[in-house]
Design a protein around this ligand. Structure first.
Ligand code: B12
Ligand code: SF4
Length: 591
């Protein structure tokens, strides 16, 4: 018998509704920077792990990253003449025709991509109904009963939890006559006949060193992936061509699982509450391999809670430095726990190549920490960690979320003030999204803040306000988040305040490339140029700001709201509005 062919599909991260909305915006030429979401592709590492395990069993496997493809099409003008249907026809159906896979595995990590997974599975089945469709990731792990109950996705199997071993098992056994019986007793795979069996549960890999390292070489365009955002740009970039050109980076996991009880987080639902680690030797071997293959200079460690153990963190840093000297820049796009960060640990991280640290702080209100999100971080400790980071000249970025269920507008304001008070280099201010699987998602349902009859959660888009509660409306929370971002990261930007104009020029220059219409990025860039006395370049920057204000009255209103007055353009005499040099934003005018 021919060896089976498997195709693993990475779904676009957004819903069908969002994909269509984006295409409509591209066609209409609408560019509202205040509403932009991040489309840039990140390495689909879960799929790469699955691939590696299938390859170990000599199973032929391909990857189709439709998020990456959508992004590419968005950037190259494809959508000026094509719609979403054309996109799926050109990139999915064509792939199916060219490759005729027997099994299609669809990765659905997010509830925001529910409808996307639904439409992709429909297309796969309508192309060839004999193709076996398998769904895996966070979404089916939490919602498999609902999905099968309501026939929401056309799939034959769903895999619960970590899928490496289960998927290989399924492909190796799917051809057997008694596959139905075998699946019914399998603990981590469900089909239509067995999904209500009580023994079905999360698949967890006990010994992570049993796994083959992720098959990075299966990504057709490794150079173009971007991962993790920091200091306004993506901090990790694997892009060697194009606007965000940088050093080639690789995404790594050194552990899985997190024992913390944060009520807004759903990660434990797939990876469990037990903190499991790869041995340091395993990780170093994997690093050596990717260094040899791709000349990697940057490591993006995406563990949920890399530094849970102080001892292990130091051991990792020591051994990495012994083996590779100062070869790497290391980043932790998911954030580090602040309670195990002390002088000794930070010193070792610095030696190993960490230049920026992200702290998962989440709220600047002690009440919210303790009673609402239950992360219960000691905020005083955060301030002292920040001081130590500054001592080691490590830049600091922090995650904050506003709009938790039960939170008041006053507590959200506390978060913004806290972010300012700790002198953070960049604050990632996000709006709370009820993530299926988290405690707070249940609270949202139980309080009637989410409509249980809304099956696809289309509107629950990352970083857009999704729910109102008794304390705030969705619009209010979005305004708080927007306002916090502008106040902390732009108007009171630490680099501008401290006169680090070179760094500020870099940061905002990067941001302008990603969001060319971002008014405040241009404004901050202009200030950074003025601070360095780069008058000619600053004038060019000012010109762009004037253009943006002319093109869109919303921009004028934004400047008015934050009481920003800019000088008129030299010799232009063009703008009645922008005619003074007064800066009344809390940021002193550059000398
Ligand atoms: C990297 C990452 C991203 C990346 C890229 C994801 C990608 N394409 O792989 C990006 C930046 C796009 C991203 C964005 C978001 N993310 Co995110 N992300 C992660 C993160 C940190 C790591 C993912 C990862 O590689 N994990 C390691 C691998 C081994 O695990 P895995 O991906 O889950 O894959 C395993 C299983 O799920 C399963 N599996 C996965 N696919 C398939 C397919 C088949 C066929 C099978 C059989 C099995 C299977 O087997 C895999 C191997 O064990 C996770 C946290 C985490 N620890 O997983 C959050 C996580 C997945 N993200 C999450 C969320 C919510 C988001 C966002 C919605 C926003 C947010 N609040 O963070 C956005 C969504 C995008 C959007 N619409 O804006 C949630 C998902 C929860 C949920 N129920 O939806 C997680 C779990 C974090 C959390 N706090 O709860 N994210
Ligand atoms: S938010 Fe971070 S620390 Fe909290 S449970 Fe999730 S992974 Fe763990």
């Amino acid at each position: 018998m021919m060896s089976p062919k498997v195709l693993l599909i990475c779904t676009p991260n957004y819903s069908i509704y969002m994909l269509n909305e984006e295409i409509a915006k591209i066609r209409d030429g609408i560019r509202d920077f205040t509403e932009e979401v991040d489309w840039r592709p990140a390495s689909p590492t879960g799929i790469l792990y699955l691939c590696a395990e299938l390859q170990r069993e000599n199973i032929q496997v391909d990857i189709l990253d439709l998020h990456f493809q959508f992004y590419k099409c968005k950037m190259n003008g494809y959508f000026l003449d094509n719609n979403l249907q054309d996109f799926f026809e050109d990139f999915l159906v064509k792939f199916l025709k060219d490759n005729e896979p027997n099994y299609v595995g669809i990765s659905a990590l997010f509830n925001t991509s529910f409808s996307t997974a639904r439409d992709i599975s429909k297309l796969v089945k309508s192309y060839n109904k004999k193709t076996t469709v398998i769904l895996g990731g966070n979404l089916p792990t939490y919602l498999y009963k609902k999905i099968f109950n309501n026939n929401m996705v056309e799939c034959d199997y769903m895999v619960l939890g970590e899928g490496e071993k289960s998927l290989s098992w399924l492909i190796l056994n799917a051809g057997k006559e008694n596959i139905g019986e075998l699946v019914s007793v399998h603990p981590h795979i469900v089909d239509r006949n067995s999904y209500l069996e009580p023994h079905k549960k999360l698949g967890i890999i006990d010994n992570l060193d049993d796994l083959s390292p992720p098959a990075h070489d299966k990504l057709p365009d490794l150079d173009s992936y971007l991962t993790g955002s920091a200091l306004s740009g993506r901090m990790g970039t694997t892009q060697r061509k194009g606007p965000e050109q940088g050093e080639l980076a690789v995404v790594l996991f050194t552990s899985r699982g997190c024992p913390m009880p944060c009520t807004f987080c759903a990660s434990w639902g797939v990876h469990g509450r037990d903190f499991r680690t790869h041995s340091v030797e395993y990780v170093l071997e994997h690093i050596e391999d990717v260094v040899n293959k791709y000349d990697i200079k940057k490591l993006l460690i995406e563990d949920d809670i890399f530094n849970l153990s102080k001892k292990r963190t130091i051991e990792f840093c020591k051994k990495l430095t012994e083996k590779f000297n100062n070869r790497f820049t290391i980043e932790f796009p998911n954030g580090l726990a602040c309670w195990t960060l002390d002088d000794e640990v930070i010193g070792w991280l610095k030696k190993a190549g960490v230049k920026t640290i992200t702290l998962g702080i989440e709220s600047g209100s002690a009440y919210v920490q303790k009673n609402i999100i239950k992360k219960n971080i000691n905020l005083k400790k955060v301030a002292s960690v920040m001081e130590t980071l500054q001592k080691y000249k490590i830049r600091a970025r922090a995650f904050f979320i506003v709009g938790y269920i039960g939170e008041t507008l006053q507590q959200m304001e506390e978060t913004i003030r806290f972010a300012q008070s700790i002198d953070v280099d960049w604050a990632e201010m996000k709006v709370f999204t009820p993530i299926v699987g988290s405690d707070m998602y249940e609270q949202a349902i139980n309080n009637g803040y989410l409509d249980p009859g809304d099956p696809y959660f289309e509107e629950h888009v990352y970083n857009r306000s999704n729910i109102g509660t008794d304390e705030f409306t969705a619009k209010q929370v979005k305004d708080v988040q927007y306002n916090g971002n502008i106040r902390v990261n732009f108007l009171n930007n630490r680099d501008l305040r401290k006169g680090n104009y070179v760094q500020a020029e870099q940061t905002f220059g990067k941001l302008m490339k990603i969001y060319p219409d971002h008014l405040f990025a241009h404004w901050a860039h202009w200030k950074a140029l003025m601070g360095q006395g780069k008058v000619v370049k600053a004038q060019e920057s000012l010109q762009v700001i004037h253009k943006l204000c002319k093109a869109n009255t919303q921009n004028v209103k934004l400047f008015e709201k934050y009481e920003i007055d800019l000088p008129a353009l030299k010799d232009s005499g063009s703008s009645a509005y922008l005619n003074s040099s007064k800066m009344s934003t809390g940021v002193g005018a550059p000398s």
